[in-house]
Design a protein around this ligand. Structure first.
Ligand code: R1P
Ligand code: URA
Length: 275
């Protein structure tokens, strides 16, 4: 593949494909499910008919097809906000209509009574970043809030509750973290991370904090700045509870993931995309 570029500002390769996702107009459908993990993406792609798969050398994989007759795409996003930025910008650059996007991820649960293995919906999200000028200022900063699209959130919540039951579906403020380790308050004696009381402090600053993960804030923030083009929401499977240290039964993860993906696809096809 030629690496010659057509445009320095929003690079496309000489064949017209976006530089990182490797997609062209027609390759991505306006209803998009974003997942972090490549195995999850492959497993849930079995929901799609008329499947087309586009790989990229940057780790993104775009599965496009139909779900109950409606065109949808599932994109393997990878981890962290730069990867979500590539996905949202490049996928939507090849779609002329409005777009609905749902992220289905995993997280650490923050509320003491959230059972590991529950689904946690992000009604909104805040970003935790490390302050690299510390000790000038606090060691970690918490951003202001961005919100899920209220209609997509409600449609998705109803689908999740109909599959899992309301006792297994929580909601709250997602905390998207710059990293998995230091910015999520994990202790690593080999490094001076200055994060001893990070979780306790963040939960005081954001009493509705429900989840810690690494992409949702970027998705919701880009949607909120997209001038009406993108409606987005997210949910995560709580792998563990950071308060109680309890872990989920990992033998159930693929079943939960499959059912949550079905709820997300149902919500995406029900969301009215009036163009
Ligand atoms: C870390 O293990 C990864 O898991 C979570 C975090 O956001 C991060 O990407 O989500 P995914 O399971 O979607 O990757
Ligand atoms: N993903 C994260 O980012 N954090 C966790 O604790 C679990 C999954």
């Amino acid at each position: 593949m030629s690496k010659a570029l057509l445009d320095a500002n929003f690079p496309r390769l000489i064949d017209g494909k976006t530089m990182h996702l490797n997609v062209l107009e027609g390759d991505v459908n306006p209803r998009i499910l974003s997942v972090g993990d490549a195995g999850r993406g492959e497993r849930i792609s079995s929901y799609l008919e008329n499947l087309q798969i586009i790989n990229s050398t940057r780790g993104f994989i775009t599965y496009s097809g139909t779900f109950e007759g409606v065109p949808v795409s599932i994109i393997v996003t990878g981890m962290g906000i730069p990867m979500m930025d590539f996905v949202v910008r490049e996928a939507t650059s090849v779609i002329s209509s409005k777009v609905a996007m749902i992220r289905l991820g995993t997280c650490g649960a923050l509320k003491p009574n959230t059972k590991p293995g529950s689904i946690i919906l992000a009604s909104s999200s805040r970003f935790i970043s490390q302050n690299y000028s510390y000790p000038v200022g606090p060691a970690y900063n918490l951003s202001s809030k961005v919100h899920s699209d209220p209609d997509l959130f409600t449609i998705f919540k109803n689908q999740l509750i109909s599959i899992f039951g309301s006792e297994n579906v929580d909601e709250g403020v997602d905390l998207t973290c710059e990293t998995f380790y230091s910015a999520q308050g994990r202790k690593d004696p080999r490094f001076d991370d200055c994060n001893e009381n990070l979780i306790e402090n963040m939960v005081v600053e954001e009493p509705e904090a429900a989840a810690m993960e690494m992409e949702t804030f970027k998705l919701l923030h880009l949607a909120s700045t997209s001038k009406g083009k993108i409606a987005a929401t997210a949910c995560m499977i709580g792998l563990l509870n950071r308060h109680t240290q309890e872990l989920m039964d990992f033998s159930k993860l693929h079943d939960i993931e499959r059912d949550a993906a079905r709820a997300a696809l149902m919500a995406l096809i029900r969301y009215p995309l009036d163009n």
